[in-house]
Design a protein around this ligand. Structure first.
Ligand SMILES: C[S@@+](CC[C@H](N)C(=O)[O-])C[C@H]1O[C@@H](n2cnc3c(N)ncnc32)[C@H](O)[C@@H]1O
Length: 353
């Protein structure tokens, strides 16, 4: 019997069904068949692969970055029930079954109850890491990280995550500080999107100072503010009012038009769109911008208030992919349920030269 028989998948609380639909579909495309166990609003679920060796194979075969609703993942065994006292000592007997790991990561569900475990998780993680380092169990440069997913001081999933095929952010969450001058909290969505979709070393080239951008559904200006921080020249399209301080930057032209009929006078580097409308309408908009060559890259939200959120997401992404492929356009499309997204996902579409 292998210790590992499941993946532990973290997601935003309330999106367990979307994460379940996603892992079931993506795993089956690769020939892995399992079943999910989930509780609504738990902030995580498990995907069971009882056949020995399959959970480990799946986590190496499936690209973490291609997942939308799954924020973080690990391969694990059944939930351990630890007794009080020497918890580190109770973990040790399981480790001989593990691949080499370079460090210890202790995570917990992103729920009110889960976040209360942050202090315990930190302390337990550093005690365990210290012990394992002294005992020579942690090996620098190893491809995996030892993962503990904590449900309480007693109930812990023990597993590992591939270092290069998992999120480097604790619990898969990028914590950003809200900039006080920004006109709205939405500003963090665009900032997080850039961190996720654009590698840091490409920011200077792909988000260059002096570039041009169109912000559709811009008011009051949280996304425009981010573009202006990069010193871009922005056309902000919205019938609503923009924050006056932002307009004083001199970098923003406010156009009171409908986002869905607006056409830029000249192609721009970036189009971003945070309009609240039917997702399929926004998907068509993205295709139109690409077909017309109006921008090099775009970031847009698909708002998902409906029940079948995974199906709706797939339909929109398929629509974009099919239409651009039919037009012979080279592109890269990615989507992610970001930490700062609520009932929506963020998409990134880039023209490939
Ligand atoms: C979620 S808010 C955008 C927030 C903005 N991204 C920010 O960071 O402050 C959505 C905006 O879309 C605008 N909007 C909705 N439908 C629109 C349309 N058809 N054309 C242009 N703007 C639209 C609304 O007026 C609203 O200001």
């Amino acid at each position: 019997m292998s210790f590992f028989d499941r993946l532990i998948l973290q997601c935003r609380a309330g999106f367990e069904k979307e994460a379940a639909a996603e892992i079931t579909e993506r795993a089956s495309e690769l020939g892995f068949y399992g079943y999910c166990m989930l509780d609504q609003d738990a902030g995580y679920l498990s995907f069971h692969l009882p056949e020995p060796g399959t959970a480990e194979k799946l986590i190496s075969a499936l690209s973490f970055r291609s997942l939308i609703f799954i924020r973080q993942w690990s391969v694990a065994g059944e939930c351990l029930s630890l007794e009080g006292g020497d918890r580190v000592g109770q973990i040790l007997p399981y480790l001989p079954e593990f691949p080499d790991c370079c460090e210890v990561v202790v995570e917990y569900p992103d729920t009110t109850a889960g976040r209360e475990l942050a202090g315990f998780s930190r302390k337990f993680g550093s005690a365990l890491a210290q012990h394992l380092r002294k005992a020579g169990v942690l090996k620098k440069g190893s491809e995996n990280r030892l993962s503990l997913f904590v449900l309480s001081g007693q109930r812990i999933f023990l597993g590992y995550m591939p270092r290069r095929n998992s999120s480097g952010w604790l619990c898969g969450i990028l914590r950003l500080k809200f900039p006080q001058q920004a006109p709205s909290r939405s500003t963090l969505k665009l900032e997080e999107a850039w961190h996720w979709f654009v590698p840091a070393k490409q920011w200077d080239e792909r988000l260059p100072f002096g570039a041009t951008a169109v912000d559709l559904g811009a008011a009051p200006g949280g996304w425009t503010w981010q573009l202006v921080q990069r010193n871009m020249f922005v056309t902000a399209v919205d019938n609503g009012p923009m924050q006056p301080a932002l307009m004083e930057s001199g970098q923003v032209e406010h156009v009171k038009e409908d986002a869905y009929s607006f056409a830029p006078a000249k192609p721009v580097n970036w189009m971003v769109c945070d309009v609240v409308d039917k997702p399929v309408r926004t998907a068509h908009l993205a295709v139109e911008w690409m077909l017309n060559g109006w921008c090099d890259e775009m970031i847009f939200n698909l708002k998902l208030p409906m029940k079948q959120r995974y199906q709706e997401t797939r339909q929109c992404l398929n629509l974009i992919e099919d239409q651009l492929a039919a037009a012979g356009i080279g592109f890269k499309l990615s989507a992610r349920h970001l930490y700062h997204d609520r009932e929506e996902i963020t998409c990134h579409l880039r023209r490939l030269k």
